[in-house]
Design a protein around this ligand. Structure first.
Ligand SMILES: [Ca+2]
Length: 293
């Protein structure tokens, strides 16, 4: 059944891609532009025979095949199903989670091996916890529309600094040089980890999926992984170009008891030690260790 579902999803993506590409609405026609410039009969007759454009079918199939990456579940661990997960990140083998919802938002350290909550703090009730990342020996946490990024000592969870930002704060990751923030749009904002000043932006593009509502993030080497809110799609973004080079369909996780579309996937943490990802979602009873093949 899952194979049938995966095939259906793949065919849907492929169909949507072919339909989009063949509509021509946004693709300038080279031959039309040439004809407009060379409008006299003499020039028209002097025009070289256009080189036949390559057949689009195989090229698009190659694109789809090269970018669609399979996800394989290699293990499951319990997850606090009262946690409205908004961010997930490893620090070595230690695991940290941010929770949302006003009144129950917080920051937690979790035993990644069994899901046990080791430490937990609550945010003030006016704040809605969002993405987190580790910067040095601190944990940084966004607060959605709260306009504040809190910085905690990683060992004590005591608040040691706070920055302000305009607009919304959704996902957050740090690659060792820059912070990457999502705000629900199709672009990421880069910020300095020391000053929180904006240092750049990254427009995310894809020739396979419609990019929008970028949410939870994970920085892994030269890529930023992101899930798109209210979908089971995770994309891998090339930091240098902003282009999506992998698309992962995590729909298979919906087959597990307690995991449903109503409570969406929203936690992506990369474990360097095992070279695997840990995924979970809002109010999910499980965390999934997965690899992208
Ligand atoms: Ca993350």
């Amino acid at each position: 059944m899952r194979d049938v579902k995966r095939l259906a999803v793949t065919l849907c993506i492929l169909f949507a891609f072919v339909a989009c590409s063949s509509s021509g609405e946004n693709i300038p026609s080279v031959s039309t532009e040439l004809a407009a410039v060379n409008s006299t009969p003499e020039q028209v007759t002097a025009m070289p025979t256009p080189v036949a454009t390559p057949s689009v079918g195989p090229t698009q199939l190659e694109v789809v095949r090269s970018q669609l990456v399979a996800m394989r579940v290699v293990g499951t661990r319990p997850h606090d199903e009262t946690a409205f997960t908004q961010g997930l990140e490893f620090y070595g083998e230690r695991l940290f989670e941010s929770r949302g919802l006003r009144g129950s938002s917080g920051l937690t350290e979790i035993d990644a091996s069994n899901g046990e909550v080791l430490r937990d703090i609550l945010l003030a009730p006016q704040f809605f916890g969002e993405g987190i990342t580790i910067v040095g020996d601190t944990v940084m946490q966004l607060t959605w529309t709260g306009g504040k990024a809190f910085v905690y000592d990683i060992e004590t969870f005591s608040l040691i600094e706070q920055f302000e930002y305009d607009g919304e704060g959704w996902g957050l990751c740090f690659d060792g040089t820059s912070l990457y923030l999502s705000d629900g749009s199709d672009s990421l904002t880069l910020r300095d980890p020391e000053t929180f000043e904006i240092t750049g932006s990254l427009q995310v593009t894809s020739d396979l999926v419609s990019v929008n509502r970028l949410n939870e993030l994970e920085c892994v080497d030269e890529h930023v992984y992101a899930n798109m809110w209210q979908t089971n799609t995770i994309i891998s973004i090339d930091k240098a170009s902003g282009h999506v080079d992998k698309v992962i369909d995590a729909s298979d996780l919906q087959a597990y008891e307690g995991v449903s579309d109503a409570n969406v996937l929203n936690g992506i943490a990369y474990n360097k030690e095992s070279a695997s990802f840990l995924l979970t979602g809002k109010l999910w009873p499980l965390m999934f260790e997965v690899v992208f093949d």
